[in-house]
Design a protein around this ligand. Structure first.
Ligand code: VGL
Ligand code: ZN
Length: 201
């Protein structure tokens, strides 16, 4: 029988209402995720975990504002408000999220020069986080993704997972999106094209 892992992406204070990069209704995923945890034999949580002055922050690029883009060596980078700075309250998990059942917590985005949306690779699409090896050595073949944000970290993780050969489902009812200039529609199209199952809509 294939072994399924639940991936809980970036359910952190800064992505919830009141946070630095708040996703509309972001905290609404917490109850749904808590209710799913018992159904999966492997549970992996991720945390966006940036050093102060990270290269994805608009504040690191004089003259640039949040939600503008800049060119990085690995491609176009969206510039964000300062968020999920290591060790801050904004980087903590939402206080109501049940984190005790986590088998593994992956932290990503620590390299100041490269953003890291995906749980598998930094945005250069080649520097690994180690998650693939963890899942393979635990015999996982199928992934169910939840969390924030649907159109950035969840989508990048789902697309990488599909490319790596995992069967992938995104539970849209346990995700919320940033949706900048059509980014949600584009992400859903890309995921469908990559064979990712979109469930719970
Ligand atoms: C995320 C933007 C910047 C996410 C992380 O978790 O979707 N989005 N950093
Ligand atoms: Zn980030």
């Amino acid at each position: 029988m294939d072994k399924t892992a639940l991936l809980v992406i970036d359910v952190q204070n800064d992505f919830c209402p009141g946070g630095a990069l708040a996703v509309a209704d972001g905290d609404a995923v917490v109850g749904a995720i808590n209710a799913m945890l018992a159904d999966y034999p492997v549970r992996v949580f991720t945390q966006d975990w940036h050093p102060a002055g990270h290269g994805s922050f608009a504040s690191s690029h004089p003259g640039k504002a949040a939600f503008e883009t800049t060119e990085m060596p690995y491609g176009t980078q969206m510039l964000w408000p300062d968020h999920c700075v290591q060790g801050t309250k904004g980087a903590d998990f939402h206080p109501d999220l049940r984190t005790d059942p986590a088998d593994l917590i992956i932290r990503k985005g620590a390299n100041p020069a490269i953003d890291s949306y995906s749980a598998f690779f930094e945005n250069d699409r080649t520097t690994p986080t180690g998650l693939e090896g963890y899942l393979r050595t635990r015999g996982v073949e199928r992934l169910v993704l939840t969390g924030l944000a649907t159109d950035f970290c969840v989508a990048y993780s789902a697309l990488d997972a599909a490319r790596l050969g995992f069967a992938v489902e995104v539970r849209l009812d346990a995700c919320r999106a940033i949706d900048l200039e059509g980014s949600l529609g584009a992400a859903l199209d890309q995921m469908r094209a990559a064979g990712v199952a979109l469930a719970g809509a």
